[in-house]
Ligand binder design. Structure first.
Ligand SMILES: [Fe+2]
Ligand SMILES: [Fe+2]
Length: 326
């Protein structure tokens, strides 16, 4: 491929001055901006301050070694999408396995071959650019969700609270990091489809007529379609579509029953109802936390919600104090 790569900002971490200089020279020759670091402390500071597009890490370093540093980059929400290349002195399989476990995206062996360095940097920068675009597409959707919330003063803070509550229930249930991230995003995006509901219905202060209620229900399907355009939101879509389903099949939009309702959507539904009950509306005073939890238990008895999920929410509330800052 003859494509010229657009230059990036590359953090190079190596405690040996000579190899740092060599890598810097090779990268600068391709037009990249190099941020050098000779210790893990310097590297950590640069990662937060400079937000590099790519990190080249020497494995052998005093203090935190390359594996630990790589793990730190990959476990931080602000940098986990930043590609990391580990530079190992040997092509030892063991080092590579440790590197993969630490989340490394690629490897180079010392002494570094300039052509190989160029090619790997070019390909990882290309991937980084794509993930950046996805990331910003997602933040556009999230700010859209917050704009919709701003249309209705009664729901102020609803999305943030839901993201917090749902995450906390997920942790209580020991869900995977991916599920926790989906719950967090689902909290923000679950009602994104309300963008397609007219103000006259969405903001109506009194009870809705039957046909108006049917229109409101469409927010689940509109939201599902909106999220469908982004592959990054594939785990969030089921939450958006199914957060109003009920175990006995009396919910919407698909009248799903029991385990057919995705677990994450069921969790979001528990915290969504709780937040609606404990929020002031023009036509009703907010319930206390205890009253709202009693109401959730009544929904379990009616066959709408799972007992264990309501219990997990109650336990999460007690454990994490998630209701603070309401
Ligand atoms: Fe909703
Ligand atoms: Fe909601």
């Amino acid at each position: 491929m003859t494509e010229r790569s657009s230059p990036g900002r590359i953090l190079v971490v190596d405690d040996i001055e000579a190899s740092l200089k060599l890598l810097t020279r090779l990268l600068e020759r391709d037009g990249h901006t190099v941020v050098p670091a000779t210790s893990s402390a310097e590297a950590l500071a640069a990662i937060t301050n400079v937000q590099p597009d790519l990190v080249l890490l020497d494995v052998m370093m005093p203090g935190l070694n390359g594996f630990d540093l790589c793990r730190a980059v990959k476990s931080h929400p602000a940098t986990f999408l930043t590609p990391v290349v580990l530079i190992t002195a040997l092509s030892a399989t063991e080092d590579r396995i440790r590197g993969i476990d630490a989340g490394a995206d690629d490897f180079l062996t010392k002494p570094v071959n300039p052509a190989e360095l160029q090619a790997r940097v070019r390909s990882l920068l290309r991937i980084k650019r794509v993930t950046d675009e996805l990331d910003s597409a997602e933040s556009v959707i999230t700010s859209l969700a917050l704009t919709i919330e701003a249309r209705d003063p009664c729901t102020d803070g609803h999305c943030q609270r839901l993201a917090r509550y749902a995450g906390s229930v997920g942790r209580q249930l020991g869900l995977s990091a991916e599920d926790l991230a989906a719950l967090q995003r689902g909290g923000f995006l679950h009602d994104i489809g309300k963008i397609g509901i007219p103000d006259a219905i969405l903001l109506k202060p009194d009870r809705l007529t039957r046909s108006e209620y049917t229109v409101i229900q469409q927010h689940t399907m509109i939201g599902d379609r909106l999220c469908g355009t982004l592959r990054a939101l594939s785990r969030v879509r089921p939450i958006v579509r199914h957060h109003h389903e009920r175990l006995d099949g009396s919910g919407y939009p698909d009248a799903l029953r029991g385990d057919d309702i995705p677990l994450l959507a069921q969790i979001l539904s528990v915290v969504d109802v709780f937040d609606a009950l404990t929020t002031r509306r023009p036509y009703k005073a907010p319930m206390t936390m205890e009253q709202a939890i009693d109401e959730l238990h009544r929904e379990v008895k009616r066959g709408w919600k799972r007992q264990d999920l309501v219990d997990a929410f109650v336990a999460a509330v007690a454990r994490e104090n998630v209701l603070l800052g309401r």
